[in-house]
Ligand binder design. Structure first.
Ligand code: FE2
Length: 263
């Protein structure tokens, strides 16, 4: 479907499939500019870190953990946050430690901020993370709110929030896009809020629609993508879109239109 839709770029927010190497190899065949941040479900069940190491090796420069993709077409800079995050503040799994060593919270934040510092200030800066940052709310329905256990708390990442604070000293990140926290809430809690704009103007998009493919009332398969449009180097439009197999849009939830306020 991506090859038919032909977006200018595609960002993968992780949890691709428990270390499924075939899926990772498939990503390498996409001809569209792409960036991937691996999620906590991409470590594989392998505490030695070998499966994660293999996945990273296969992804090669597609993976942008703690790194910058400075693209010219499209004209955006994408900075990856900490790989394989499970949210909840800051925690390094044994797999991540095996591959990357024992990285502290401040070191992780510094790595994200240093990568962002290399991005030209005149092009949109997008941060790609598996888990969003702390600070987006502590309700179960908040973009990173814990919904599977009481009490509901802010389950975002502290290192990412610290990095954004550091970046904000010289520029405002345009967009932070992440996954991990499923849109549909546990315990019959309805749906999560998936979009926030902070007081500095940074946009936060939770793209974790699970399952990403569903059938409509007529039995037609629909595929979800979070959709971002950029115009004149500014984020112009953000929505969740469900596409039919012929790539027509069956349903759209508009989250943001520049200069318009959407409830
Ligand atoms: Fe996850």
């Amino acid at each position: 479907m991506l090859e038919q839709l032909k977006p200018d770029a595609v960002l993968f927010v992780g949890d691709l499939g428990e270390g499924d190497l075939k899926l990772i190899k498939d990503l390498k065949t996409i001809s569209i500019p792409s960036a991937v941040i691996l999620g906590n479900h991409d470590r594989g069940i392998d505490h030695t870190g070998e499966r994660l190491r293999t996945s990273l090796s296969l992804l090669d420069d597609l993976h942008c953990g703690w790194d910058l993709k400075n693209w010219t077409s499209p004209n955006i800079a994408v900075v990856g946050a900490r790989p394989c995050s499970a949210g909840g503040g800051f925690y390094l799994s044994s797999e991540v430690q095996a591959v990357y060593g024992s990285v502290s919270l401040t070191e992780s934040a510094n790595r994200i901020a240093v990568a962002a510092k290399k991005a030209p200030v005149n092009k949109p800066l997008i941060i790609l993370a598996h888990s969003g940052p702390v600070g987006l709310g502590s309700e179960a329905s908040s973009p990173c709110g814990r919904d599977w256990r009481l009490p509901a708390i802010d389950w975002g990442d502290k290192d990412l929030a610290l990095a954004i604070d550091q970046i904000r000293k010289y520029r405002i990140p345009d967009l932070v896009v992440f996954g991990h926290m499923h849109h549909q809430l546990k315990r019959g809690g309805g749906n999560r809020r998936t979009f926030v704009k902070d007081k500095w103007g940074t946009l936060y998009l939770n793209a974790a629609c699970v399952p990403r493919r569903v059938k409509d009332n007529l039995g037609n398969m629909l595929s979800h993508l979070s959709w971002v449009e950029i115009l004149d180097n500014q984020i112009n439009h953000i929505s969740h879109r469900w596409f039919r197999s012929d790539t027509s849009v069956a349903y759209q939830e508009t989250l943001f239109i520049r200069d318009e306020h959407i409830q």
